[in-house]
Design a protein around this ligand. Structure first.
Ligand code: SAM
Length: 245
């Protein structure tokens, strides 16, 4: 039936494509994807010969409107290069537009690197906050980490190999001693999970060769004392700012 189908693909292991996702890839009228070359591999594996069209949230309004118009009488699948669409990937504006146009939106759910990492890290999983990629520049990154410092939840970030060591140093300096984990190349041949305190991990990656591949960083919640201190600091900072001319 016509509508928008949000389909999750693998995060590195083709065998993780669900039969239902594969079925939708074969039955779609159009497959909207980030990079048609990347998705071509997945479509071949799924036995799909359906036409692809590139889509990004920064595609212009007219391109989005055209795609939305086609959903009135066609099944449009949205697929990411890896994992679940919309999770640090395009799709939010398209999904919102579909709802506004009264189009049915449904999903074939599946792999997501953040959730996969959380499920093996051994950190509290009852409450977590996914924060995507931190800013590349140190000052902006530290500001962002400070806003998360009092959050009573495990924090999840996506990170790249070249930035991992600097990110962990900033996190250790800003968030203090906490349990943490680095999950790398999940579901692939060189899958690795390294657990330790933020300080341990920062020291390890400062000395290690630059890690290759794709990475999720997980940071456990603050202790009661840490969140109290951070909250006090915020209050003191706000009070100080209020007195500034
Ligand atoms: N939509 C995807 C998802 O559902 O996980 C995430 C897309 S985001 C553009 C890509 C980032 O996800 C990578 O830079 C890395 O941080 C993380 N990632 C993707 N695949 C991964 C894997 N197999 N192992 C660890 N992290 C992964």
């Amino acid at each position: 039936p016509p509508g928008l189908y949000i389909v999750a693909g693998p995060i590195g292991n083709l065998a993780d494509l669900s039969p239902r996702a594969a079925d939708w890839l074969r039955r779609a009228d159009i497959i909207a994807c980030e990079d048609t070359r990347v998705s071509a591999t997945l479509l071949r594996a799924a036995g799909s010969d359906r036409p692809m069209t590139p889509y990004h949230d920064h595609s212009d309004e007219r391109a989005r409107a055209r795609l939305l118009a086609r959903m009135a009488d066609r099944a449009v699948v949205l697929l990411s290069d890896a994992g679940t669409p919309l999770i640090s990937d395009p799709g939010y504006r398209l999904v919102r537009g579909a709802h506004e146009a009264g189009i049915t939106v449904t999903t074939a759910p599946g792999p997501c690197a953040a959730i996969a990492a959380l499920s093996i890290a051994g950190l509290p999983s009852d409450r977590f906050l996914f924060a995507g990629f931190l800013p590349a520049k140190r000052a902006a990154r530290t500001t962002e980490l400070r806003t998360l410092a009092t959050m009573p939840a495990t924090l999840l970030f996506y990170e790249s190999g070249p930035r991992l060591a600097a990110m962990l140093l900033d996190a250790a300096a800003t968030l203090g001693a906490r349990d943490a984990a680095v999950a790398r190349e999940l579901t692939k041949r060189h899958e690795e999970l390294r657990r330790g305190t933020l300080g341990d991990l920062a020291t390890h990656y400062a000395d290690a060769p630059e890690p290759k591949g794709e990475i999720v960083v997980l940071i456990g919640p603050p202790s009661a004392a840490q969140s109290a201190t951070a909250a006090d600091l915020d209050t003191a900072l706000l009070a100080a700012l209020a007195t500034m001319p």
